[in-house]
Design a protein around this ligand. Structure first.
Ligand SMILES: [Mg+2]
Length: 223
């Protein structure tokens, strides 16, 4: 059997972060829109972000109502039922929040397409709440490029918890960790992966760095 280019590079799998890697960070405008929807005064979206992140880990780890209640508290001056699942506003907050976390970098996607074409399995390993996980799996890029997904909300643990990386390796069919590359924009997450013996790339926003670390079926031109 002719070895694939992925074999030639020695890689058996790619475990890939979403936000800050294949996914772009939300824009200021998106933060402002979410803060306004939650009832925060104009110009205070940075304070809103603090409230947002203070409970986000629980939301990412599957505690859906925890984050919804934080958002609901921020909207206390607006009509809102206390039941988090019954409110139209909460539904709108979740929809807007989900949309913020599903944007992608086309240059990163180009590199991933070229890697995918070599036969390299790509496993998305992402801290994401249920609504974002569901939305991501509905995207064309995820259906095309991603072999399996591992989402924190479904696992009940978030990176850098060891279980996320083990679930990623399991989803890839237990490749050799030293022939698996883990890519994330968070250094602590890369450190956790390297603790399990994986190669790592701390991604800092340069798609050409991805192209240098991944097999590419065709040269990828990055503007
Ligand atoms: Mg990230």
């Amino acid at each position: 059997m002719t070895p694939s280019l992925a074999d030639a590079r020695g890689l058996q799998a790619l475990l890939l972060d979403r936000n800050g890697a294949v996914g772009t960070q939300p824009t200021e405008e998106e933060w402002e829109n979410l803060a306004a929807l939650a009832g925060w005064p104009v110009g205070q979206h940075h304070a809103f972000q603090q409230a947002f992140w203070s409970r986000r880990e629980a939301y990412d780890a599957g505690a859906i109502t925890a984050h919804a209640r934080v958002l609901a508290r921020t909207a206390a001056r607006r009509p809102l039922r206390t039941a988090p699942h019954g409110s139209e506003l909460l539904t709108a907050l979740r929809r807007t929040d989900t949309a913020m976390w599903t944007n992608t970098d086309p240059n990163v996607l180009a590199v991933l397409h070229a890697a995918h074409a070599t036969g390299l399995p790509i496993i998305l390993v992402s801290n994401a709440p249920h609504p974002v996980a569901d939305a991501l799996e509905d995207t064309a890029w995820c259906r095309t490029l991603v072999t399996r997904t591992v989402f924190s909300a479904r696992l009940g643990a978030s990176k850098p918890h060891r279980r996320m990386y083990e679930a990623g390796l399991a989803a890839a069919g237990w490749p050799r960790p030293d022939k698996t590359i883990f890519i994330d924009d968070r250094a602590d997450s890369c450190l956790a992966a390297s603790g399990l013996g994986m190669r790592t790339l701390h991604y800092t926003g340069d798609p050409s760095a991805l192209a240098r670390h991944l097999p590419q079926a065709t040269p990828t031109t990055i503007p």
